[in-house]
Design a protein around this ligand. Structure first.
Ligand SMILES: *Cc1c(COP(=O)(O)O)cnc(C)c1O
Length: 270
């Protein structure tokens, strides 16, 4: 009979294994899934989603060479970007040998829905915005980006599964939105972002990701989005392997690396 001090294996899993181990496992699974679809690990970009991570964990991950980081709320993104910047600057000024391996900068990704009053802050901080899903938002981004030298790179978030609860533009309207964005001088459409239904049903996941891939290829083939429409951001902790097998080349993984959050938090206030 089990004693009270026995720890069930599941609670030992994500929460207590060292972050290095969890990170290496995610990388290995990405490599295996890439190989299954005839690609290499280096063809897939891993965005580590830090929304539930501590600053220590983020610093540790950067030390392993992880440069692409994602947040879904602008306020937290702003705080963390500033803290990481300061940390990297401070470390660079130190004569230790480990500091020389740290990057100059990390690359932040905005993966959550973007409110109009947060646009200005966001475009100064991020490498890629994953969540553009309507023309109005694109127009506001264009206005805010007008004075920049480099265009703001964006993905079109598409609600491929057509769930009423989800953000994202309807698949039938996606091509037109990409085309409109491509005419905006300070925006660059780089691809699509898709979220699958919250399920472990492999068939549903496969169907969703395959539809996404087909839509992505169709838009690309039609020449909408110009010559650099080449990013398909899909796959999270529960489904990144399926997503890669279906053609994803960018995955956004949080809890598999940092552990599950203690409390489910809402993502709508910011
Ligand atoms: C939180 C979040 C993720 C990561 O989710 P995990 O299940 O923790 O991997 C990916 N994409 C978006 C848009 C998110 O908000």
């Amino acid at each position: 009979m089990a004693s009270q001090t026995d720890i069930p294996p599941s609670s030992q899993d994500a929460a207590e294994r060292p972050i290095r181990e969890r990170y290496e496992e995610v990388k290995a699974r990405i490599a295996a899934a890439a190989q299954k679809s005839g690609r290499r690990e280096s063809d897939i970009v891993l965005v580590a989603v830090t929304k539930t991570a501590s600053m220590d964990q983020i610093r540790e991950l950067i030390g392993f060479g992880q440069l692409d980081l994602g947040e879904n709320r602008v306020q937290q993104l702003q705080q963390r970007a500033a803290q990481i910047d300061e940390y990297l600057t401070r470390r660079r000024d130190m004569p230790s040998s480990s500091a020389s391996k740290l990057p100059q900068q990390v690359r932040w990704h905005m993966i959550g829905s973007l409110q109009r009053n947060k646009i200005k802050k966001t475009i100064e901080l991020v490498r890629l915005i994953h969540s553009v899903d309507n023309l109005r938002l694109a127009e506001d981004l264009q206005l805010a980006a007008e004075k920049r030298e480099k265009p703001v790179e964006v993905l079109i978030e598409v609600n491929v599964a057509e769930e009423s609860s989800k953000h994202g533009i309807a698949p039938a309207a996606a091509r037109h939105l990409v085309d409109m964005i491509d005419t905006m001088l300070s925006l660059k459409p780089r691809g699509m972002m898709v979220m699958a239904p919250n399920t472990s049903d492999r068939d549903v996941l496969k169907r969703t990701f395959t539809r996404a891939r087909e839509l992505f290829d169709e838009i690309k083939r039609a020449g909408f989005g110009g010559d650099r429409f080449d990013i398909l951001s899909m796959g999270m902790t529960n489904d990144y392997e399926v997503a890669i097998e279906c053609g994803s080349n960018m995955v956004r993984v949080g809890s598999a690396i940092f552990g599950k959050p203690a409390i489910e938090e809402s993502t709508d206030d910011d």
